[in-house]
Design a protein. Structure first.
Length: 219
């Protein structure tokens, strides 16, 4: 995950280098200045790297749980939720009387199953559209450490990056309009912060999830 994330950040830096017209920069000489547009598109790419990282963390943790070949009954409650996710979703559309005639019981039976029924493609989406509450939800669902102290100055930039990316993606603003908000120096600093803090987040996750006890109930 870290290598893929760093590669995505490297692409952002390449774009900035190619259009940096500041003195001494390695930008390409051109009569067309697209530096603002590039800065706006860089925000979109930072968002994409972040979204891919969160979903990659979720998928990797679930895949790791299934590879341990533990039955649902041996998993921690955090992972049992994913093991019975489809059955819980089905209950929302089940008539009340059917819960007592088998639908509810199927959830209980799945919890005590000796096999693992985790679907690693599930993402604990909380409806906050990738803003900071989504990161908090991810960490709480999996029993990870609180994210804000790890991400530090990147934590306060998440909602802005998400909002600016959305404004471009949904046609409310152009990349050039968003790019006006940043000087080349400010954006390079944001890129550095984004890479450093999210990589530290990954290291923290990998450290916690490196043992079987992270996934299994100690009973």
């Amino acid at each position: 995950m870290e290598n893929e994330f760093r590669q995505r950040i490297y692409v952002v830096r390449k774009l900035l280098d190619a259009t940096d017209t500041s003195p001494g920069a390695a930008g390409v000489n051109s009569s067309i200045d697209v530096s603002r547009e590039t800065r706006g598109l860089s925000i979109v790419l930072l968002y994409a790297a972040y979204e891919n990282l969160l979903k990659g963390v979720s998928r990797t943790l679930l895949e790791s749980a299934t590879q341990l070949k533990l039955g649902n009954r041996r998993l921690k409650p955090e992972f049992q939720l994913f093991a019975v996710h489809s059955k819980l979703r089905a209950l929302t559309d089940t008539p009340a009387k059917q819960i007592w005639k088998g639908a509810g019981r199927s959830v209980i039976e799945a919890l005590f199953d000796k096999s693992c029924s985790i679907n690693s493609n599930i993402f604990p989406n909380d409806g906050s559209h990738m803003k900071t509450p989504q990161v908090v939800t991810l960490c709480e669902v999996y029993g990870l450490n609180p994210p804000a102290p790890i991400l530090q100055e990147a934590w306060g930039r998440i909602n802005t990056v998400v909002s600016e990316r959305n404004s471009i993606a949904h046609g409310q603003r152009t990349p050039e309009e968003v790019g006006r908000n940043y000087s080349i120096g400010e954006l390079r600093n944001l890129v550095d912060i984004w890479e450093r803090r999210w990589c530290e987040f990954l290291v923290d996750v990998e450290t916690l999830a490196s043992t079987r006890d992270f996934y299994r109930d100690p009973r």
